[in-house]
Design a binder for this molecule. Structure first.
Ligand code: ZN
Length: 386
């Protein structure tokens, strides 16, 4: 069903509902035309001529014309008022409730009368409404782009139909890709670290402006030359924070020799945590003995009474046997890793040969003695023996 409402132009809507809202006339007295005009993308430049709703396809259409009598030529920017012709241009707009939005623009073509201009006829531009040749209003594009930027392709595709924006994944990504690139301000302190195109296969480099706390560049690899080239294009850097990867050190020295190189806090703390982990893992039995002794010590309560901790129940014999078997397997693997390492095998080859993760191989090779399982940190603890 199509209901064209051009005949209602300017007719106040108040009489339709006055009987229901006699006490709230100020609230309901906005004429329909005035009301609908509020929803135009540019109320200063567009005039609403008609509107209709198509219930068959759930679409509302606003018919609008441009109101400016004189417009500038896009080439020479000289104003002109001599109209050549009109044509209709339809663009999608923001949805309204269950209806998709549509703008039917009556666009004019003008003569450019400037003698020095090579353009004789041009189409008027409506930069606040839509871009030339675009099929969507600018505000619709901005909405789709914002959703695409926040959600990406797949998540955006799942969510946007619920907001009445059924745009394909590719269109959304194309709109995001057209965003102008970030203008990098003069940098003083930056941080660099690697990021994974694909984990364990291909890595790039992320560069962060440490003063403004925002990323400013993604480099396609983590080679010294790539970093050095980028740094040379951004002179004035005084501090370069990074991990201790050799390529980053070489790149920073070559590209920004004036900068102070700093081992960043994240990697320092990470290295400290790894070192402590190795130390404590190597003394797993001693830690367990100290922990057990502490758990057996009576605890003096605030009210003067003494609480005697109840030792945790020993695991069942079957569970103990299984744990011992697992430990024996881990120990055998640990010794195999070290045997191959001493024969000159690379960690990656060891991992492939023994069917284990490279991270575990690396952890074993960093541990001077067999790292015992840590176990639960709260084992044997209770509210009475915190
Ligand atoms: Zn011109």
């Amino acid at each position: 069903m199509t209901a064209c409402n051009a005949a209602l132009r300017g007719m106040p809507s108040v009489w339709l509902v006055a009987k229901l809202h006699k006490e709230e006339l100020a609230f309901v007295s906005t004429p329909v035309l005035t009301f609908l005009t509020r929803f135009l993308p540019d109320t200063m430049r567009l005039s609403l001529e008609a509107w209709h709703v198509d219930d068959a396809v759930h679409q509302s259409t606003l018919h609008v014309t441009s109101t400016h009598a004189r417009v500038p030529c896009p080439l020479c920017h000289v104003q002109t008022a001599r109209v050549h012709s009109h044509y209709a241009h339809t663009v999608a707009d923001l949805p309204w409730g269950i209806y998709s939005g549509c703008l039917r623009l009556r666009v004019r073509k003008f003569f450019c009368d400037h003698a020095a201009c090579s353009r004789q006829i041009f189409t008027e531009r409506l930069p606040t409404v839509t871009a030339p040749w675009a099929r969507q209003t600018t505000r619709l594009v901005e909405g789709i782009r914002a959703l695409g930027g926040a959600l990406g392709g797949a998540a955006g595709a799942r969510l946007t139909p619920r907001f009445g924006l059924p745009v394909s994944r590719d269109t959304r990504l194309r709109l995001v890709a057209r965003l102008p690139l970030l203008v990098v301000p003069p940098l003083s302190a930056l941080g660099g670290d690697d990021w994974a195109h694909r984990k364990r296969q291909r890595y790039g480099t992320l560069i962060v402006d440490l003063e403004r706390r925002r990323p400013v560049a993604l480099l396609n690899d983590r080679e010294a030359d790539t970093l050095a080239t980028w740094l040379r294009a951004h002179p004035g850097i005084t501090v370069s924070a990074r991990d201790r990867m050799k390529a980053y050190g070489d790149g920073a020295r070559a590209g920004a020799p004036q900068a102070t190189q700093v081992a960043d806090r994240f990697h320092l703390v990470q290295n400290l945590a790894e070192a402590l982990d190795q130390v404590f893992s190597a003394h797993g039995n001693a830690r367990k003995a100290v922990s057990d002794a502490l758990r057996k010590t009576p605890v003096l309560q605030a009210d003067g009474r003494t609480a005697v901790p109840v030792p945790p129940r020993a695991p069942a014999l079957q569970a103990q046997t299984r744990a011992a078997q697992r430990r024996a397997r881990r120990l055998a693997t640990y010794e195999q890793v070290w045997t191959l390492h001493r024969q000159g095998w690379a960690p990656r080859a060891i991992a492939q040969q023994l069917g284990m993760g490279r991270w575990t191989v690396g952890r074993y090779l960093r541990a001077p003695s067999f790292p015992e399982r840590k176990g639960r940190s709260d084992k044997g603890k209770s509210r009475r023996t915190p």
